[in-house]
Design a protein around this ligand. Sequence first.
Ligand SMILES: *Cc1c(COP(=O)(O)O)cnc(C)c1O
Length: 442
Amino acid sequence: MYLHGTSRINEKGRLEIGGCDTVDLAEQFGTPLYVYDEEMIRDICRAYKQAFAETGLRYQVAYASKAFSSLAMCRLVAEEGLSLDVVSAGELFTAAQAGFPVERIHFHGNNKSPDELDYALQMGVGEFVVDNFYELNLLGQLAFGRGQTVPILLRVTPGVEAHTHEYISTGQQDSKFGFDVASGQAKIAIETALRTKGVKLGGLHSHIGSQIFETEGFAVAISRVAELYEWTSQEFAVNFDRLNVGGGFGIRYIAEDQPLRPKDYVRAIADAVKSEFAVRGLDDPEVIIEPGRSIVGAAGTTLYTVGSSKTIPGIRKYIAVDGGMSDNPRPALYQAEHEAILANRAREAAEETVSVAGKCCESGDMLIWDLQLPPAESSDILAVTCTGAYNYSMASNYNRLPRPAAVFVKNGRADLIIRRETLEDLIRNDLLPERMTAEVGK
Ligand SMILES: *Cc1c(COP(=O)(O)O)cnc(C)c1O
């Protein structure tokens, strides 16, 4: 199995992350437990910034907080000098409570409610990425009504879709997000935004997909968006000063995944921006990227305790863990794949093929199919890697399972950053109507 960040196998033959023995972590904090390698997260934040610094462009690296939003994570990102994307009042509230500088927050989403927009205006959010005509009109009215003029970008769909090793370039992109370029919607939106009171249009945004391992899709999207910058300049004598090219940089979940380094993505994006703007006689814009998964995904590991197992002769052996789709819905949602090892016997030969089941009442609640492991027994600790992104943030209380705790580990120190939900937490919002409170059976 591939060891990410500071992960290593220690003298006891156990998995160690951030200098902490994961078997000790499981004992101290219980399982399932999300373990975040703080140094690795910081290193990746710095790698993106460093790569941009070398290009000479003005830039912002905005962490897409939907990948993993919590007070400690928002604080870490603030400390590293990144910007932050939020897509709801909840993510905005979390960032604000963490003391994140609001002027470095970008508000995204395809259906921001009037209340959310009002809240964001009141908070003084740095930029709104406007997704559709309804929002453009609504935001303009709300901001104007408050005597504000807020910076916006328009999200456009440039007709490029990238996933992993491929990108598809289509004329008409069928997406719920953004203003379509091919059909001319994007131009109408630019024209409308430029005469909408309460907003100040500073450029365009595109986000072409997720878990992308190549750079060609970004280059094509940048070229199509640059055409719109040129058109706007000619048509309205307005020169946009910012360009947001989105996120989607891939990580290595399994051996077949071969992501590029942060600097490879950044260099390719910077080169495309420089050449596409230069040929049109336009000045370089400030360039914004929005990595989510690639900042936290590989830095997160989930520790589970193995419980029951079941062998169907001639077919398969299942081992079940004390979590599942409730803390990691990705395999069930997207057939996502993960690697795992026995954290307490990390050096033993992997002689058995097992499939790892969750404990939820769904046959689809499988975490890993056909994993090579040493013969696993109940009370072994299974460590599933690359669970830092879209795991806690997509976790649910299905089957009324309390959501797990999370820790930051660094230099042999573990700090609880999200406490484990209790049974009491599960009924915190439940109410019994008064007419149902008579003693049962009377
Ligand atoms: C989800 C999202 C991101 C982050 O995507 P990752 O694949 O996690 O890097 C960035 N920008 C926008 C607009 C998104 O919706």
